[in-house]
Design a protein around this ligand. Structure first.
Ligand code: AMP
Length: 385
């Protein structure tokens, strides 16, 4: 199937070609015609499936011919769980809106930065991408009006609920007109999502994109049996030995993210840390530098394991394991995406061995383990005879 058979206008087809979107991904094949026909959708799909474009493109087409708002009313509202995802989704809207023959202003609003600048930018916005808390703040200060929303998107709804946004979501829903199109995307179909689905969706088209085994199979995985004090030397050895120019390292706490980045910098390996305790400005700067290839190592907590798309990331390292096997898959899924081979390396200390077995079982893939003796040899410089 081609994008042109999905009845998208010529200017969008040209933009898709320029973006190297050769043909629609499965979720796009199914969602685009349904969204164009103003149907509700329940999409069970992960980041990486192409779900963003599956709603961005038809929403933009549907806005054609609708009078552009000339005040504080928005017509499309996209709710997302994190600031990073808000920025990423708004960027996709803006990229494609730029080629549209009519004006269609998109804006992202999220917490962690001063509300003032967002407050003043909200005039004449058609598409608003927002995290729930900041949206409610701006509604309260009469900076935005939701009573004319005709399309609502909940992206990564499972994450939004996990982060405790249920009350805020309900409050926002109560401010929207009853008659509207609802598009719900979630990585999993939990009982909570079933509840939201029942309240929100009207005879939806259900699209389930299974995570392809291949996606995981595509990733070269190696695990290293380590003692805690070997992690730092092994990390530096691997970065140098494998000539890693761009590597994302995951830790389980803010403290160890900071420590790992600090230690790498002391060893003249350019690194920065990104986690919930850093300011939004610093997080954005680090992520931008990393994506552009200006920063060699980004150390992150699980804040980044979901939702953030970094194209062609060759290496991911689990310095510490995440608690949930799902998060493990999300983490290593930052590499080996869009048919590019990637490498995921995991450091397994003795107390994490059992947990790693559980993860591998859930993942249905067993990973080659380099034993501790071998690790010791790797990081011990050959003695001078
Ligand atoms: P998403 O799941 O929306 O985060 O998209 C994952 C990645 O796939 C993004 O980098 C998109 O730019 C890319 N992408 C989405 N749709 C297509 C397509 N049809 N062809 C090629 N790349 C795509």
């Amino acid at each position: 199937m081609s994008f042109s058979s999905l009845e998208l206008p010529k200017y969008l087809l040209k933009a898709l070609e320029a973006e190297n979107y050769a043909k629609p991904y499965p979720i796009q094949e199914m969602a685009i015609p349904a969204v164009l026909a103003k149907k509700d959708i329940l999409g069970i799909a992960q980041t990486g499936s192409g779900k963003t474009a599956s709603y961005v493109l038809p929403i933009l087409v549907n806005l054609d011919g609708i009078e552009t708002p000339s005040d504080l009313h928005v017509s499309t509202l996209v709710l997302v769980p994190t600031r990073e995802l808000a920025i990423q989704v708004a960027d996709v809207f803006t990229k494609f809106a730029d080629v549209m023959p009519y004006r269609c202003k998109t804006m992202a609003i999220y917490g962690g930065v001063a509300a003032d600048s967002q407050m003043y930018g909200l005039r004449d916005v058609s598409i608003l991408v927002a995290t729930p808390g900041r949206l409610l703040d701006l509604v309260e200060s009469n900076s935005v009006e939701l009573s004319a929303v005709s399309t609502l998107v909940l992206d990564e709804a499972d994450k939004m609920l996990n982060l405790g946004f249920k009350e805020e979501m309900d409050e926002i829903l109560s401010l929207l007109p009853e008659k509207r199109q609802n598009l719900l995307f979630s990585a999993t179909l939990s009982p909570h999502i079933e509840n939201v689905r029942n309240v929100l969706l009207n005879d939806p088209l259900v699209i389930k994109i299974e995570e392809k085994e291949d996606d995981i199979q595509l990733i070269n995985q190696t695990a290293y049996s380590v003692e805690d004090e070997q992690k730092g030397p092994l990390l530096r050895y691997l970065i140098r030995e494998k000539r890693m120019d761009q590597v994302l390292i995951f830790t389980s706490t803010v403290h160890s993210a900071n420590m790992v980045a600090q230690k790498l910098n002391q060893n003249h390996i350019d690194a920065d840390a990104i986690h919930g305790k850093r300011t939004q400005k610093d997080r954005m700067a680090a992520l931008r530098d990393f994506k552009k290839g200006r920063l060699r190592v980004l150390v992150a907590t699980d804040l980044l394991s979901r939702g953030i798309d970094i194209q062609f990331l060759p290496f991911v390292i689990n310095y510490e394991l995440p608690r949930s096997p799902k998060d493990f898959v999300h983490r290593i899924g930052r590499t080996g995406r869009a048919e590019n081979p990637g490498e995921a390396l995991s450091f397994i200390s003795e107390d994490a061995e059992h947990h790693f077995k559980v993860i591998q079982k859930k993942m249905k893939k067993f990973v080659d383990m380099i034993d501790n003796e071998e690790v010791s040899k790797l990081i011990t410089p050959p003695s001078k005879k």
